[in-house]
Design a protein around this ligand. Sequence first.
Ligand code: RB5
Length: 144
Amino acid sequence: MKISLGADHGGFQLKEFLKRRLSEEGHDILDRGTFDPSPVDYPDIAFRVAQDVFQGSTGILVCGTGIGMCNAASRMEGMIAALCTNEYMARMARLHNDANVLCLGARVIGDELALSVTRVFLETPSLNDEKYVRRREKVARGCQ
Ligand code: RB5
C-alpha cells in the first residue's frame, strides 16, 4: 500500500520506527518529514501528507498526542482523520468513518502498539452501508 507518513518533533522517533517496520512489511512509504528531532510546526507536515492523500495515498500523521495532527488534517479537503489509541478505534475508523488519515500520539502509546493499530487501520476495509455513507456525507458537508 502507498502510505504518506509525517510527524513533528514529538512524533519523529515513532515515525522512524513505523517507516522501518512498514517498509519491511512491503509498504511503499513516502516520508514527508520531519527529518530530525528539532521543533517544527505540525500543520506544515500535515499539509504535505494531505497532498499525497488527496492523490490516493493513505496518510499516517504522528505528533506528541496525535491531537494537533488530527485537528490539522481534518481542516483540509478530502481528509478524514482519526486519532486512534487502540485497535478497536482503528477498525471502527475504517469500517464506520472511512478514515484515510491515521493520527497517532507518540507520547500516548508505545511503538509496538502503534504498529499494531496501524496494521489494523491498513487492513480494514470501509463499510458502505447506506447509513454510514449518509453520515459521512453530512460530515463532509459541514454537518448541514
Ligand atoms: C509538541 O510539543 C506537541 O505540542 C505536538 O507534538 C502535538 O502533541 C500537538 O498536538
